[in-house]
Each structure stands twice: as C-alpha cells, then as structure tokens.
Design a protein around this ligand. Structure first.
Ligand SMILES: C[S@@+](CC[C@H](N)C(=O)[O-])C[C@H]1O[C@@H](n2cnc3c(N)ncnc32)[C@H](O)[C@@H]1O
Length: 222
C-alpha cells in the first residue's frame, strides 16, 4: 500500500483536545519502559528534547522518570502548545524542569542545547518530508547523545489498518479513530525508515518493530 500523507500539524482545537483527553496511560508508560529497556542503567542528566510533543504527556513522563534533567517540548500546533502549558500549570513537581516551544520543524526556534537525548513519539508519520526529522535529530545531538524515536508503521493494506483501529481504539471518539486510521496510512514501513537513516548518515541507529503497529528507532549518535 502506498503512503497517503495527512496534515502535518494537529492544529484544530477539537482534534487537539480529543487527543489530549485520550487515554494514553498504558501506551505512553510503555514508551518510558521501552526507553529503559533499550538504554539500560541510564540515569540521565542535562537536557532532553521532545520533538512533536503535542499536549506534553510524554514530555512530562520523561521529566518524571529522569529527575536530573530538564525537558523541552517542541510542536508547531498553537493548540497543542496551549494545552501543554495549561497542563504544566498543574504539574507542581515537574513544571520547573519542563518548557514548551511553539515552532514548525524545520525552522522551529529550538534552544541550542546541548541535548543528552532527543526523543519523539508519533511525529515522523506526520511529516511530508521525513528527512526534516533526521536533519533536526542530527543538528541537536552530538556524539553519545541518545536518540529515541517511536512511531507507527504502515500496515500492508487499508483493511489491516482498519482492523488495527478496531482492535486498539474501538472505545475512543470517532475523531480519534479517524486520526488513527489516517496516521496508519501516512506512516512509513520499517525498510523506508532504514533508507531514511542511510540517507541522513544516521545508520548507527537501530530500527526495531516492537509491536503489531509500532516501530522504534534508537541508538547513540556516533
Ligand atoms: C500524534 S501527535 C504526537 C504528540 C506527542 N508526541 C504524543 O506522543 O502524545 C503529533 C504532533 O506532531 C506535531 N507536528 C506535526 N508536524 C510537525 C512539524 N512539522 N513541526 C512541528 N510539529 C509538528 C503535531 O502538531 C502533533 O501535535
């Protein structure tokens, strides 16, 4: 099945709110577990950059998991950054170590770092030109920086995509089911991601399928 792109930014208010209110507890907890599994015994310090942070749930989870870090979330959607900052107000324990910056990648006003880690969940499939993610990752990492990019991968046909939505999101609002389906059709196949990494001179990163719909790209920058 060919890739069908979806809009890059989630900048519709209803869409952003539905995403922010969705129950990602298990899924996002598993992201932190996957980080721990693939970077065992790491106690990170310094700054973490979260690209395409949305309403910030994963940004806060990294801040909670690594108390010696500060975490900067970047998103091009004004609605998402608004929701992230609203949540920040209530995150009394974490808010001093978390910042959100509105900016479209490429060209976002990302603070220059250095970054101990660059992380991202579910941004890659939104990008019409995926190389901008890898260029940004290269720009804001240095040798030894950890890179941890999670995304969906594209099923082989539309029926399989619909089946994934039915299995994983049957109880979610229709708008979320629609976005999820469109995201599956916009996602990349693992071998396409491997080629992107070769083209971006990031072949040291490992591409690993970790569930029936998720692919993880991780490693330390050479
Ligand atoms: C599916 S959401 C993921 C949000 C968050 N990482 C999470 O896992 O909950 C993807 C986010 O990427 C943002 N995004 C998409 N393309 C972007 C771009 N070119 N520059 C900045 N943000 C972008 C969207 O606005 C959206 O908030």
């Amino acid at each position: 099945m060919q890739r069908t792109v979806e809009p890059e930014l989630m900048d519709d208010e209803t869409q952003a709110k539905a995403y922010a209110n969705a129950d990602f507890e298990d899924a996002h907890n598993q992201i932190i577990e996957a980080f721990d599994l693939n970077f065992p015994n790491e106690d990170m310090e310094g700054q973490i950059l979260d690209l395409g942070c949305g309403p910030g749930d994963i940004t806060f989870r990294f801040a909670a998991r690594f108390p010696e870090t500060s975490v900067i979330g970047i998103d091009g959607s004004n609605e998402m950054i608004k929701l992230a900052n609203e949540r920040k107000t209530g995150e009394i324990q974490l808010r001093d170590r978390v910042a959100f910056v509105e900016g479209f990648i490429p060209g976002a006003p990302i603070p220059s770092g250095p970054y101990t880690a660059v992380v991202s969940n579910s941004l890659l499939h939104h990008l019409h030109h995926p190389e901008v993610l890898w260029e940004t990752v290269s720009q804001y990492t240095s040798p030894g920086s950890k890179i941890f990019i999670m995304d969906l991968f594209r099923p082989t046909c539309e029926e399989d995509a619909q089946q994934v939505v039915n299995e994983c999101a049957a109880n979610e609002p229709k708008i979320l089911q629609r976005d999820f389906y469109n995201s599956l059709l916009a996602a990349f196949e693992p071998q396409e991601i491997r080629q992107q990494l070769v083209d971006a001179n990031l072949s040291e990163l490992v591409v690993k399928v970790i569930s029936d719909r998720h692919v993880l790209v991780f490693g330390e920058k050479h």
